[in-house]
Design a protein around this ligand. Structure first.
Ligand code: HEM
Length: 535
């Protein structure tokens, strides 16, 4: 018996008890009595061990949540090392998105996920998200106007990053090169020329996006009590990149503010030849109109643009990386690459060699390929995350009581890959949605106006940006990604140009995406071989 009192054993027991108590406490609020995935009957510390099992095998966990519970109108709990969340049935999606922000909060869910209190230098920027409005309004409405800029920037970026050598094959890392292109094209619209080509500025934009993802993940996994201590340490790179980005754009912000404030000369001269039509200018104007003095602070404006960089860069890079690997690993005899390339050539010829927003809308096969890759490989294991913020809690339509403070979501990856929702769901079919859109538009053409309009809506519902209860790569409902119209325009143009300008070596198999906890990350190191096509 004496060995039981050995200091090592005592320390071990104390530690295990402390962890068990801590985990018991952090499962605050008391969750409803639902099945906990990955627990085993009779096992010691089974909930604690379940957290590790889920974290290490998220794919299987999400699919179990979907197949055994969510698809059958039942709820369950997924525990992982950062907490435990209630996974609701997919039948409750309409209810979930209809709840007011005072009941289910998307903002609180983002704050928790991104640990914004620590990861941003001025958390005010996310607490008062003026840039969401700028994305919803100016950015989306100005898509026609900025299409020429996007095409110009992506052409230059492709030439520089993938090269123009038509004689030799070149090996490129898809993820890294795509991220370089996305950062540059996006910043062309965010801050304009010449800043969008400033290597240091792009380095800070990409660096911040990566630092955010890493520091938020570390903080989310650590005990809340330790976060005030850990926060300032793990977010050193965030601050370095925020300050670096601000240092580079500040002179331009102040120059534009001076021009807008200067009333001594006429409007044209105050702003230059013509007023810049980019996100920075819209932000400066919105800040002036907001009536909130601090909004005009150059550091706040710069951090807003950086927040938009964060929202845009990784998400869009993940999408295009998945689309490229899926296409190149498809069966060559199915000629998907050629079919997509032909579509691009036809649209470009029809539009006399110039890209317009209307021309981009005609790329329905490219659109379908992007939607298909996002269906199969969306980074969201669980989607539509919300935190219950109403003090009395709320009850989902299947009767699951979700207490105040609990996190709820639905198993997006399971749903997106369900053969009952998508025939042959596990088979990549880039033309899945364009074929459906085409068959819908091939009515007899004699329908009344109402039927034609209905047909149009049905077709649009299958586009890349269109969210639904069975497709939430961009979320769904009023908190669905406001940047998706810009992202889709940019990605369709980028993929179109890649196909038009380059030959690709097909791949024998698809490099695997990896689960990092609940996030599905595309291959970040895998390479492909490309060669510039001779004109
Ligand atoms: C393919 C690229 C993109 C994907 C897959 C994507 C995906 C998402 C998802 C899943 C959400 C969460 C929706 C929810 O909470 O239910 C979201 C939110 C958001 N996205 Fe995107 N996004 C992309 C590109 C962009 C771009 C380019 C921008 C900015 C220009 C942007 C800005 C935002 C913002 C501001 C939110 C928060 C919206 C809110 O809370 O109301 N995203 N995005």
């Amino acid at each position: 018996m004496e060995y039981l009192f050995h200091p090592y054993i005592l320390v071990g027991v104390l530690l295990a008890t402390a962890i068990a108590i801590y985990n018991r406490l952090r499962t605050n609020p008391a969750l409803p009595d639902l099945p906990w995935l990955n627990t085993r009957e009779g096992e010691w510390f089974t909930r604690l061990r379940a957290r590790f099992r889920s974290t290490l095998n998220y794919k299987q966990t999400v699919h179990q949540a979907y197949e055994q519970y969510s698809a059958k109108d039942q709820s369950c709990i997924i525990p992982d090392i950062s907490g435990a969340e209630i996974v609701l049935p997919v039948s409750s999606i309409q209810w979930l998105i209809n709840q007011p922000d005072s009941v289910l909060s998307s903002e609180e869910s983002h704050k928790l996920l991104l640990q914004t209190e620590y990861t941003f230098v001025h958390p005010f920027v996310v607490g008062n998200p003026l840039h969401h409005e700028t994305i919803r309004n100016e950015l989306t409405r100005q898509l026609s106007a900025v299409t020429a800029d996007i095409v110009d920037e992506l052409s230059v970026a492709l030439d520089e990053i993938w090269g123009i050598n038509t004689a030799e094959w070149k090996e490129v890392c898809v993820f890294d090169t795509a991220m370089d292109m996305i950062a540059r094209i996006s910043n062309r619209v965010f801050v304009g020329l010449p800043l969008c080509r400033d290597a240091a500025l792009l380095g800070h934009g990409k660096g911040f996006a990566t630092a955010m993802a890493v520091s938020a993940a570390v903080l989310k996994q650590s005990p809340a009590l330790l976060r005030p201590l850990l926060g300032p340490i793990v977010t050193i790179p965030n601050r370095t990149h925020t300050k670096g980005y601000a240092r580079i754009v500040r002179p331009e912000i102040e120059r534009r503010q001076r021009l807008l404030n200067d009333t001594s000369v006429d409007k044209e001269k105050r702003i230059g030849e013509t007023e810049p039509n980019d996100f920075l200018q819209w932000t400066i104007r919105r800040a002036r109109e907001s009536g909130i003095p601090v909004e005009n602070d150059a550091d706040i404006i710069a951090e807003r643009i950086l927040a938009v960089n964060f929202a845009a860069i990784h998400t869009s890079t993940f999408s295009i990386t998945n689309a490229i690997f899926d296409l190149l690993a498809s069966d060559p005899s199915l000629t998907y690459v050629d079919q997509l390339r032909d579509e691009v050539s036809i649209v470009l010829t029809e539009d006399s060699g110039t890209w317009t927003k209307q021309g981009v809308a005609k790329l329905i096969k490219i659109d379908s390929a992007l939607r298909e890759s996002s269906r199969i490989g969306s980074f969201l294991g669980l989607g539509l995350g919300r935190i219950v913020v109403t003090p009395e809690g709320t009850t989902a339509p299947n009767g699951t009581f979700c207490p105040y403070g609990s996190k709820i979501s639905v198993p997006t990856n399971g749903l997106h890959n369900d053969p009952l929702q998508y025939p042959d769901a596990l088979i990549y079919q880039p033309l899945r949605f364009s074929t459906q859109r085409k068959s819908q538009s091939q009515g007899d053409g004699c329908g009344d106006q109402g039927a034609i309009a209905e047909d149009y809506v049905k077709q649009a519902n299958l586009s890349f940006v269109s969210t639904s209860p069975t497709y939430h790569a961009f979320g769904h409902g009023r908190h669905a990604c406001p940047g998706r119209f810009f992202a889709a325009n940019e990605l369709k143009l980028l993929l179109a140009h890649m196909l038009l300008k380059y030959e690709f070596e097909m791949l024998p198999s698809r490099p695997e995406s990896k689960w990092l906890g609940p996030t599905l990350v595309p291959p970040m190191k895998a390479t492909i071989k490309i060669r510039r096509r001779a004109r």
